[in-house]
Design a binder for this molecule. Sequence first.
Ligand code: HEC
Length: 468
Amino acid sequence: MKFFRLFVLASFYLFFSCNAGAQDGPALYQQHCAQCHGADLNGGNATSLVDGIWQFGAEDGYIYRNVKFGISHLGMPSYEKTLNDTEIGAILKYIRGSEKNAGAERPSIVKELETMDYFMNVEVFADKLEIPWAIDFIDASTALITERPGRLRVVKNGVLQKEAVRNTPEVLHEGQGGLLDVAVDPDYSQNGWIYVAYSHALSNVEGAERPPAMTRIVRGKIRDNAWVDQQVLFEAPHETYRTTRHHYGCRIVFDPWGYLYFAIGERGTDIHAQDLARPNGKVHRIYKDGTVPTDNPWFDAENSMPTLYSLGNRNIQGMAIHPETGQLWATEHGPMGGDELNLIEAGKNYGWPVITYGLNYNGSIVSEYTRKPGYEQPVYYWKPSTAVCGLDFYRGDLFKKWKNKLLVGALKYEEVSLLDIEGDRVMHEEVIVKGQGRVRDVSTGPDGAIYVVLNKPDAVIRLTPKLD
Ligand code: HEC
């Protein structure tokens, strides 16, 4: 009897303490986190968690993953084995509450930044935008900016025009879809063409839960602030359209020989990146008028798409052509860990999902292989993932020391990296912008300034070197 009573008491105790523990964010925080992040969350051996600055991702999902899987190369332990999801959730709630009490706000955009080579001025070039996605330039006084909900905006002599360009194509603005890249023809002054990539939905197919969609490429001209003379350059076979709403790619670039390249993400089905009959998870090459080059690489499959240039590309979010060699470089999102920089060559297989340096978001493995014969290795990869996005070689004269260096944006880590590239190798990486917002796109302007498209805040900033 006595023994039984003890047992009941013990189980009650266990039940309540576990239960309380699961709810008790502050206690769990003190037990597991305070020694590094400080008893008051203000920092100590590691950063403050209540200053509004999130170096490794500000959204709940990122913070949750940073706690669960750690940031091992910096000494942030993984709590996967110590804390369950409810407990991590309770700590997260406590951190968010404390952040609010501390009045922590994201710091506003800074006025200057320091790098190894330059002090830089930072100006807001355009703001009050809605999810700006890409920027390109018609000439020294005119910039085009896409907004993902489906607007093409014009900045004229530094002033964002109130009215968006009328009659641009109707986009499917859901999930990661919408109006994506914009690219101005290298011969714009002669031909006036502007290219855009966007998520295109079919009308609902009978029996489908929602309209299937895919990335589509068109070109058109702007006359009297309206989109006119549109031509469809690439529209995938409708049976390949997907009802998912993520991983559309897409960037458009031109090489010096008149080819146009664009990339479509795997649209959420990994293995499609290896299926030659499907457009998703690939880089495509066409001519600027949409015709298919006869010298595109040959793929050993009866039904392979004629526009294919490379395969095994998970979700390319940045593409750039090297100003001297004309080579195509691309950044793609890996899963957790394994964001890649690739030198894209004709007919090659970049491996997704057969080889990867990343893990699934639940920590399970995608593939046990990081390399395999027949699959290309990335030139460089980021682990943990910074969420690489937007890419350009610096082509201007203002930052002379950065000529032909590669600018790499990152959404999650909110940074722009400068990569020093020699041949097909990365010699050095320096983060030159940090913590100003999620970086969607980065581009050298005709004036030699560096333009950075941010989300949260939704703005474009302009970087120039401070002259001494
Ligand atoms: C042994 C020390 C240590 C402990 C214990 C620790 N951390 Fe960290 N944590 C770090 C370090 C180091 C970093 C990397 C940033 C830095 O240099 O401070 C970090 C980073 C983080 C970040 C990312 C911050 C950002 O700017 O994006 C979060 C979130 C975080 N820790 C939460 C926690 C939580 C929650 C706990 C407890 C469950 C915890 N940490 C326990 C050392 C620690």
